[in-house]
Design a protein around this ligand. Structure first.
Ligand SMILES: Nc1ncnc2c1ncn2[C@@H]1O[C@H](COP(=O)(O)OP(=O)(O)OP(=O)(O)O)[C@@H](O)[C@H]1O
Ligand SMILES: [Mg+2]
Length: 231
């Protein structure tokens, strides 16, 4: 479970303090598929980055399975992120000098997994790219790169999968493949999925939709079918 309490983020820009997130509180139960939507600049990426522990908030707490990541020492935070969190960037962020298979193997190798290579191959197969393992990112299409990025984010079977506009750079058909993949990881493996999107078609698959407006929660809608909803 992800528990966010009184989360605020202020940054100074041009000598002025700007409020990016303002006193946000909500919880994401395990296995839920949550879509975060809202206009450009409303704070979606900032919120997702804070949940991933990539940045520290100005105030408030973020607990992942009961552990507040905002007060963890650097090395413990790094370990928790490695073990629990997978992150998919809008712009893929693959390492250009590594092949697809090597990119997928990175988190496995960081975790000291002796079967990193075999597991990387299995993950590439799962995203339909078994024939592309030896290709470098520059030799792959955008959709293929994003599927490699999803495979990499999921390599350690993280309990929490975070994705920032994973289909933002893809055409409809290719985006659909990435959506199907993320939904499969959420449903079949029970990973909590928190996804930022501008795409109503993608948000429509979610159990719950939180809308941000100027750094605050403007609405929070749960679908009847969502895990944890009383029948
Ligand atoms: N380092 C920074 N310094 C100052 N302001 C920042 C910084 N990073 C982000 N912002 C501002 O914070 C606000 C929220 O940014 P954020 O990237 O979270 O928005 P977003 O909802 O993801 O938008 P988009 O849909 O365009 O990706 C924006 O107004 C942005 O200009
Ligand atoms: Mg953004």
């Amino acid at each position: 479970m992800i528990a966010i309490r009184n989360l605020s983020m202020r940054l100074s820009s041009g000598g002025r303090e700007v409020s990016i997130l303002d006193d946000i509180t909500f919880e994401v139960p395990a296995k839920q598929f949550l879509a975060i939507v809202g206009p450009s600049g409303s704070g979606k990426s900032t919120l997702l980055g804070l949940i991933a522990g990539m940045d520290a908030p100005t105030s408030g707490t973020i607990a992942l399975d009961g552990r507040d990541i905002t007060s963890l020492p650097e090395d413990e935070l790094a370990r928790l992120r490695r073990e629990k969190v997978g992150y998919v960037f809008q712009s893929f962020h693959l390492i250009p000098t590594l092949t697809a298979r090597e990119n997928v193997a990175v988190p496995l190798e960081l975790a000291g997994d002796p079967e990193a290579d075999g597991k990387a191959d299995a993950l590439l197969r799962a995203v339909g790219l078994e024939a592309r393992g030896q290709h470098y990112p520059a030799q792959l299409s955008g959709g293929e790169q994003q599927r490699v990025a999803v495979a990499r984010a999921f390599a350690n079977r993280p309990a929490i999968l975070l994705a920032d506009e994973p289909t933002g750079n893809l055409d409809t058909a290719t985006g659909q493949q990435v959506i199907d993949l993320l939904i499969r990881l959420n449903r079949d493996h029970g990973s909590t999925l928190v996804l930022v999107t501008h795409d109503p078609a993608l948000a429509a698959y979610a159990d719950r939709v939180v809308r941000l407006l100027d750094g605050r929660i403007a609405s929070d809608e749960l679908r009847a079918s969502a895990p944890g909803t009383p029948p």
